[in-house]
Design a protein around this ligand. Structure first.
Ligand SMILES: Cc1cc2nc3c(=O)[nH]c(=O)nc-3n(C[C@H](O)[C@H](O)[C@H](O)COP(=O)(O)OP(=O)(O)OC[C@H]3O[C@@H](n4cnc5c(N)ncnc54)[C@H](O)[C@@H]3O)c2cc1C
Length: 420
């Protein structure tokens, strides 16, 4: 509206009119802060920005400028993807109106509703979403810590520099060497992940160093998609992959040069890949939303609000939610449900009963993938499984090729859903 001089009231009258007018306060825009821009956090910010149509002030705090997906990082080890293809940035998240802050959240005050960043800056919030992924119990393993994992003996269970280092070590190994992996105890990120990795390493070794072996030490007596992996190893890599169960291995106790020491013995390898036991990302402990399990309980599976601190919601691997496995697909599915719930609570939009879904595909050999998955719904403080499916052993190669193509399509679709 333009106001002409002729339309203006005299100064005195205008002042009187202003003084007598009722005060109209614009409702303050509600603030949502999200810590962690991984599978869960990136998805949540994008869906919240889209659904709230600019009605919310959304900030994403992410430690890194780029995000390398753990999903398909085993494909990278096998030579089926390069690092660039599995690395994404936040440009399209920011383009949706999300304030992307490249920093580390170091403090959370749930009473003041305030997040502190590494540079001392403070961010206030109405709702905080914590999605930091995982951390590792290095304290349980003598001779192993975060620094050694970065420079010498990678677990590569956070993708990026460690995955590249592991690949280099695998490529530098002499033909006839042993690639020695220690799988983690439950619960951990991506239940089939270690076994897909073993398949991809065997795939590379078979083509390049056929006298070599992959040995998997496992603290567990059974593992995800076990019959499918064992069939694949016997069919595609006969005599190359050896899996030792918990009864023969026990828990990992120490890592030394060329050796993994467990409760039941010591094992030698030319390349070591010890994957430690896991817990929620550090900021979840700082925020006081973890319990004695080291993970974050929720009190309502429709919005993943922390059972311990109000107005903090926790999604992705860090949460304990009932039946969903810790996967990128699960994290993405939870993020969409929680974006809907937060938008409903903060802007009055409609909320529907959430449905969750997960599928984990594993590439076991060239164009040969297997899958396991399920659908879920919210029931009280837990996500419960409604139905599930799994590939069969002895499947036709056409079916396996189709499953492989599905996995490729899934990766393209889900990373676009997360990062734009
Ligand atoms: C080898 C391997 C293979 C896998 N394959 C699959 C697969 O095929 N399919 C599948 O669905 N899943 C797969 N996964 C699992 C999947 O990667 C995880 O479940 C998923 O990444 C979890 O998402 P998240 O958002 O909880 O955590 P993350 O994706 O790890 O994201 C957490 C983010 O938070 C940031 N962050 C943490 N703390 C802070 C802080 N204090 N301040 C700022 N930023 C912070 C981190 O930098 C990170 O970007 C695989 C995992 C591995 C290891």
């Amino acid at each position: 509206m333009s106001i002409t001089r002729r339309g203006l009231l005299g100064a005195g009258a205008a002042t009187a009119a202003l003084l007598s007018a009722p005060t109209i306060m614009k409702a303050a825009t509600k603030k949502v802060v999200v810590i962690g821009g991984g599978a869960a956090g990136a998805t949540l910010t994008r869906y919240l920005a889209k659904d709230s149509k600019g009605a919310l002030d959304i900030t994403l705090v992410e430690a890194n400028k780029n995000y390398t997906t753990c999903f398909f990082s085993n494909w990278y080890l096998g030579g089926y993807r390069d690092m660039q293809q599995i690395t994404h940035n936040y440009d399209k998240v920011a383009a949706m109106g999300v304030n992307v802050v490249n920093n580390v959240a170091t403090g959370v005050d749930g009473a003041k509703k305030e997040v502190t960043l590494a540079d001392g800056a403070k961010l206030s919030y109405d709702k905080l979403v914590i999605a930091p992924g995982i951390d590792f119990h290095y304290d349980q393993i003598d001779g192993y810590d975060a620094a050694i994992a970065e420079t010498d003996i990678p677990h590569a269970y956070k993708a990026g520099a460690q995955t590249a280092l592991l690949k280099k070590q695998m490529e530098a190994m002499d033909d006839g060497g042993v690639f020695l992996m220690m799988a983690p105890p439950n619960p951990y990120r991506c239940p089939p992940g270690p076994y897909e990795r073993a398949s991809m390493v065997a795939n590379y070794l078979q083509r390049n160093k056929p006298k070599s072996k992959v040995v998997i030490l496992d603290p567990k007596d059974k593992h995800s998609k076990q019959a499918l992996f064992q069939e694949a190893w016997e069919t595609h890599y006969p005599g190359m992959v050896e899996w030792l169960p918990g009864a023969e291995v026990g828990a990992m106790k120490a890592v030394r040069n060329g050796e993994i020491i467990t409760e039941k013995g010591s094992f030698k390898g030319a390349v070591l890949n010890p994957i430690p036991a896991q817990k929620a990302g550090k900021i979840a402990f700082v925020a006081g939303i973890t319990n004695e399990s080291g993970w974050c309980p929720i009190k309502d599976a429709t919005n993943f609000e922390s059972a311990l601190v109000p107005d903090i919601h926790v999604i992705g691997d860090a949460s304990i939610n009932g039946a969903m496995p810790k996967s990128g697909f699960s994290a993405n599915s939870q993020a969409k449900a929680v974006a809907m719930a937060l938008n409903a609570e903060l802007t009055g939009a409609r909320q529907f009963d959430p449905r969750f879904r997960n599928t984990c595909w594993s590439l076991v050999a060239d164009k040969d993938s297997v899958k396991v998955g399920a659908n879920y719904k919210a029931e009280g403080n837990a996500v419960v499984k409604t139905d599930g499916f799994i590939s069969s052993t002895g499947e036709d190669t056409m079916v396996r090729e189709q499953t492989y193509e599905e996995a490729e399509g899934w990766y393209a679709g889900i990373t676009a859903d997360m990062f734009g």
